[in-house]
Design a protein around this ligand. Structure first.
Ligand SMILES: NC(=O)C1=CN([C@@H]2O[C@H](COP(=O)(O)OP(=O)(O)OC[C@H]3O[C@@H](n4cnc5c(N)ncnc54)[C@H](O)[C@@H]3O)[C@@H](O)[C@H]2O)C=CC1
Ligand SMILES: O=C(O)[C@@H]1CCC=N1
Length: 278
C-alpha cells in the first residue's frame, strides 16, 4: 500500500516519523512532497527509503492514501493541482479541522476522510479524530483505523464536533503546556524551586494524572475527591482555581470557534473561486 504525504511540516513530518517508528508503514511505501523540497529531503535523509517527489501531482498519482498535511487555506490550491490525477478508488485524508468533508467531496472524485491528529502521537498517545465522507467504504475505514491505531487511539466523531474535539485533543497539549510553563515560572519567582525542576515535576505529574484518568479509571471528580480532603491544602488551591477559571473556558471556546468560522468563510470563498462547479 503506497501512502503519500503532501506537506511535511510539523504535523506531516511527525506522522511520517510516527508511522515509520511504529512499523505500520515501511519507508519504501512512503512518497512525500513539500512546497520547500529541502524539508522533505531532510526526512528522506533520515529515512533513505522514503521517496521525495518534486510535485504534489506525482505524490498523488501513485498512492492509495494521500494525507494532506498543509494549512487549511492551502487546501484549494493543492486540490486543484492534484484533482485531475485522482481516482474514485483513492483515499484523501485531510488532517485539518476547518476543511469540510463536503468541500472535499465536491472538489475531487476520491474517497474522503478527515482525521485530525495530535502532537501526542509522536509518543504513541492521544486520540485521532476520525470523520468519514459518504464515499468511504467499510474496508477503507478499517484500513485507516488500523493505520491510525499504530500511533494513536482513533475516535470517530461527528463533523459538527470537530472544533471542540480538536480544541481538547489537538490544541490541548499546547494549552496544558502553557499552564505548566506559567505555573513553573511563578513557582520559581515565588519560592526557591528552579523553573526546570518545577517543569520536570509537573511533567511527571501530568503523565500520572493522564494514566489515572484513563487506565486508572478515575473520573476528574473522583480524582479531586481522593486528593482534596476536606479542610486540606489542595482544597484551598482548588477554591482559587474555581474563582480564577470562571469564564476562561467559555472565552477559550469562543475564540477557537470564531477562528474556525473565519477559516470556514475564507475556505468557502476560495473553493468557490478555485472550482468551477463548486
Ligand atoms: N501542529 C499540530 O499540532 C496539528 C496540526 N494540524 C493541522 O496540520 C496542518 C499542518 O500543520 P503544521 O504541520 O503544524 O504546519 P506547518 O506549517 O509546519 O506545515 C505545513 C507544510 O505544508 C507545506 N506546504 C504549504 N503549501 C504547500 C503546497 N502547496 N504543496 C506542498 N506543501 C505545501 C509547507 O511548506 C509546510 O512544510 C494544519 O492544517 C493544521 O491545522 C492538525 C492537528 C495538530
Ligand atoms: O486543525 C486543527 O484544528 C488543528 C488543531 C491544532 C492545530 N490544528
Amino acid at each position: 500500500m503506497k501512502v503519500a504525504f503532501i506537506g511535511t511540516g510539523s504535523m506531516g513530518g511527525l506522522l511520517i516519523e510516527a508511522f515509520l517508528r511504529s512499523g505500520a508503514l515501511h519507508q519504501s511505501f512512503i512518497c512525500i512532497s513539500n512546497r520547500s523540497q529541502q524539508k522533505a529531503e531532510q526526512i528522506a535523509g533520515r529515512h533513505p527509503g522514503v521517496r521525495v517527489v518534486t510535485s504534489n501531482v506525482d505524490a498523488a498519482r501513485e498512492s492509495q492514501i494521500i494525507f494532506l498535511c498543509v494549512k487549511p487555506l492551502d487546501f484549494p490550491g493543492v486540490l486543484s493541482e492534484i484533482k485531475d490525477v485522482l481516482t474514485e478508488g483513492q483515499i484523501i485524508v485531510s488532517i485539518t479541522s476547518p476543511v469540510q468533508i463536503e468541500m472535499l467531496e465536491r472538489a475531487v472524485p476520491s474517497r474522503i476522510a478527515k482525521i485530525v491528529p495530535s502532537i501526542t502521537h509522536s509518543v504513541q498517545s492521544g486520540a485521532s479524530l476520525c470523520i468519514y465522507g459518504s464515499r468511504i467504504q467499510p474496508e477503507d475505514r478499517l484500513l485507516l483505523e488500523q493505520l491510525m491505531s499504530s500511533i494513536s487511539t482513533p475516535l470517530m466523531i461527528k463533523e459538527s464536533q470537530t472544533r471542540i474535539a480538536s480544541d481538547i485533543s489537538s490544541c490541548g497539549p499546547a494549552f496544558i503546556a502553557f499552564i505548566l510553563q506559567r505555573w513553573a515560572e511563578t513557582a520559581a519567582e515565588m519560592t526557591s524551586i528552579d523553573r526546570a525542576d518545577a517543569i520536570s515535576l509537573g511533567a511527571q505529574m501530568l503523565l500520572g494524572t493522564g494514566k489515572l484518568l484513563t487506565e486508572g479509571g478515575l473520573s476528574p471528580e473522583e480524582l479531586q475527591r481522593r486528593v482534596a480532603v476536606p479542610g486540606g491544602i489542595t482544597a484551598e488551591g482548588i477554591a482559587i482555581l474555581d474563582l480564577g477559571l470562571q469564564d476562561v473556558f467559555s472565552k477559550l471556546i469562543d475564540a477557537t470557534h470564531q477562528k474556525y468560522n473565519e477559516d470556514l468563510d475564507k475556505l468557502d470563498i476560495l473553493f468557490n473561486e478555485t472550482f468551477d462547479d463548486y
